[in-house]
Design a binder for this molecule. Structure first.
Ligand code: NAD
Ligand code: MN
Length: 475
């Protein structure tokens, strides 16, 4: 009997894709003065839409609009009033979730199952959560009368386009700030629909501005008259932004890369651990800053675990992101695919053993098969550098001390995972792992009430929870 799935594609028309999109400044969609960009569908490499970009003059105009809105309308407004707008945006986002999910999948390449079940619901949950805070900030434990910071300049990456927008917009608005948001150049579309939703919700002009563009536009936002910069992206750009803001008195939070260790002890529930490891690295094609990209497995079970892992990965379906049965979608851009190919080649050259899933890849589009490198040493590039793709590096350890030493042997410190049936061992390990988030017997869990962020080259500042509010308030 043939057990293969029939194709089950979601209807692309639901995305309500427009041929052109434009920047959103001071409550209106306007022609940007920058060179328009074309955003592609990475599953086909076909152009989806032409998107107007913001010139430096547009960035100035947007920042001035945000300043006006802050001083005249949004700053003075009561928290209870602000909350109504944020709730409205969250509700409309939830109502339009199917459209947003399909649009996100088209523009980014991620499987529809993920955009539908994770990205969009988590984005609206973030807005709902923060709407609830808007009139309770005095009770957040950040002092009796916390004040907004002012105008926020936010620059976000392409891996979770709408979710990262929500992570910036929700706390900024709840705390009484206004915002100038620059989405990533390969995934600008859902942020522009968010702008449309904000307008539909009656958000006063200037409170939210969305400026598509590439790195130069991001640099202009960072250099504009803003009071705080919130950046998520690569460590290199984060470093440059920190240098530029040094001495200006402007506040900064950075959410950068990671090279998380997923530590599996011999006493772990192995089938559960296998699923967690698979989710940790293949979720969103591995384009996840907190991806569990280094598996540290105890030596006594390493062989058995490798077999279970390979067998499980063989069941992953790589293909059309719009297909509801797809587990691993398209790599977001040609540049990112090249980077993954190069780093995997470095793994071969340095002597690690490459294992590749035998799943068929689509004939066109940007795809990379689920890949595991066994026999990885700590000095190898694939153990040190963020690959940001569906590639897992496997290292082994003998004792808990060795596991912790290897896990912490990284310039990053964003997330980590521990798998064991022993509660005391889980706590012992979690206390010693130098990472902002440590998951035990699970991975990639997110909640708006729970702070997320890193140490060292993974950045600083927290998003979510009370710690996340602190980043948008002068307490
Ligand atoms: P990037 O840092 O170049 O881009 C992120 C955002 O910053 C984009 O909106 C981009 O336009 C903007 N930007 C670029 N140069 C800028 C500048 N000089 N000033 C201000 N803004 C600027 O990241 P990328 O090229 O998209 O990805 C490269 C690597 O970054 C990935 O391989 C991965 O390691 C890492 N990354 C991390 C995350 C994360 O969630 N932490 C997300 C995406 C990428
Ligand atoms: Mn795109």
């Amino acid at each position: 009997m043939d057990w293969t799935y029939a194709p089950a594609p979601e209807n692309a028309a639901i995305a309500n894709l427009q041929p052109t999109y434009r920047p959103f400044i001071d409550g209106e969609f306007v022609d940007g003065g920058g060179e328009p960009l074309k955003t592609i569908n990475p599953a086909t490499e076909e152009v989806l839409a032409e998107v107007g970009t913001a010139s430096p003059a547009d960035v100035e105009r947007a920042t001035a609009a945000a300043r006006r809105a802050y001083t005249k309308v949004w700053g003075p407004m009561s928290g209870a009033e602000r909350a109504k707008y944020i709730y409205r945006i969250a509700r409309i986002m939830a109502e339009r979730s199917r459209e947003l999910a399909v649009l996100e999948t088209l523009d980014n390449g991620k499987p529809i199952r993920e955009s539908r079940d994770v990205d969009i619901p988590t984005a609206s949950a973030h807005l709902f959560h923060h709407a609830g805070w808007a009139d309770k900030l005095e009770y957040a434990g950040l002092g009796p009368a916390p004040k907004p910071v002012g105008v926020v300049g936010a620059v976000i990456p392409w891996n979770f386009p709408l979710l990262m927008a929500a992570w910036k917009v929700a706390p900024a608005l709840a705390c009484g700030n206004t915002i100038v948001l620059k989405p990533a150049e390969t995934t600008p579309l859902t942020a522009l629909v968010l702008a449309e939703i904000a307008a539909e919700a009656g958000l006063p002009p200037g409170v939210l501005n969305v400026l598509p563009g590439a790195g130069e536009t991001g640099a202009a936002v960072v250099g504009a008259e803003v009071d705080k910069v919130a950046f998520t992206g690569s460590t290199d750009v984060g470093r440059e932004i920190q240098r530029r803001l040094a001495g200006t008195g402007r506040r900064l939070t950075l959410e950068l890369g990671g090279k998380a260790a997923n530590v599996v002890y011999a006493d772990a529930a192995l089938d559960q651990a296998v699923d967690g490891v698979v989710d940790g690295i293949f979720f969103n094609q591995g384009h996840v800053c907190c991806a569990g990209s280094r598996l540290l497995v105890q030596e006594s079970i390493a062989e058995e675990f490798a077999e279970l892992l390979h067998a499980r990965i063989e069941t992953l379906r790589v293909g059309d992101p719009l297909d509801k049965n797809t587990d691993v979608g398209a790599i977001n851009s040609r540049a990112q695919l090249d980077r993954i190919v190069d780093l995997a080649a470095a793994g071969d050259a340095e002597g690690a053993q490459r294992w590749t899933s035998s799943c068929p890849l689509p004939e066109r589009g940007l795809f990379f098969p689920p890949t595991v490198f066994d026999g990885v040493e700590q000095t190898m590039r694939i153990a040190r550098e963020e690959i940001f793709g569906p590639v897992l590096s496997v290292l082994t350890f003998r004792t808990p001390e060795e596991a912790v030493a290897k896990a912490n042997n990284t310039p990053y410190g964003l997330s980590a995972g521990v798998w064991t049936e022993k509660g005391a061992k889980a706590l012992w390990t979690a206390q010693r792992l130098r990472a902002g988030v440590v998951w035990t017997n699970t991975f990639n869990r997110f909640d708006p009430a729970s702070p997320f962020g890193g140490y060292r080259e993974s950045g600083f500042g927290r998003e979510g929870g009370r710690a996340g509010l602190a980043a948008y308030l002068n307490a």
